[in-house]
Design a protein around this ligand. Structure first.
Ligand code: MG
Length: 213
């Protein structure tokens, strides 16, 4: 069994949204610098790219040929970046889950690793698959999931994806993976998945039925 955890707003929740917000402010700063935009204009551009291309990076590469390394080096630097809180509860939860545990993120490795260390859960994972590993391709592109299935040499039935974005889960579900929506409004979202929880810690006591038979 393989547990695949998205990082942002999944391994740390919406209750720590300020972490992602600190990264988003760096993305806005990147756009201000690169395109000589005011902060409000850069914010608008960031939202537009994210909406249309799924990630800001996808849009910047498609429209402006921005190199991913340059983009991530910029947005992952600076002293204003926040990290999630240390969580003994998350550590305990992860230790109880049977099978392999991986991080499967559209971010670059260094951002997720910094957050895992801050939460005190880095040692709970067998490894991390980031956007660079997939040739800068990202969820929900099916090619990314196919590469992961080959890498883990796993039957889809053995794979469980936890993610806060329904679109990322939809691709996984269409391939036969088990899916868990992690979102404060999960219960009211009209998304097909095997389990809906408001926060990753709710997995405790609810993960048993997800096991493959
Ligand atoms: Mg996420």
């Amino acid at each position: 069994m393989h547990w695949l955890f998205d990082f942002d707003l999944t391994l740390y929740g919406h209750d720590e949204f300020e972490v992602l917000d600190s990264l988003d402010r760096n993305i806005t700063r990147f756009l201000m610098t690169r395109f000589r935009l005011s902060e409000p204009a850069a914010d608008v551009l960031r939202h537009e790219l994210w909406e249309k291309y799924r990630t800001t990076l996808n849009g910047l590469r498609a429209l402006h040929g921005v190199r991913p390394e340059e983009y991530f080096d910029f947005i992952h630097s600076g002293e204003n970046l926040l990290v999630p809180r240390c969580s003994a509860e998350k550590h305990a939860l992860l230790q109880t889950l049977p099978g392999a545990k991986w991080v499967f993120t559209n971010a670059r490795r260094d951002w997720a690793e910094r957050g895992l260390r801050a939460m005190g859960i880095a040692e709970c994972f067998d490894g991390l698959f980031d956007v660079e590993y997939f040739g800068w391709n990202s969820k929900p592109d099916p090619q990314v999931y196919a590469k992961l299935e080959r890498q883990l040499d796993a039957h889809p039935d053995e794979l469980i994806l936890l993610d806060d974005r329904p679109a990322n889960l939809a691709t996984a579900r269409s391939r036969g993976w088990r899916t868990v929506l992690v979102h404060p409004d999960a219960k009211t979202q009209r998304v097909e998945c095997d389990l809906k929880i408001a926060h990753v810690l709710e997995l405790q006591g609810q993960w048993m039925p997800l096991r493959s038979h």
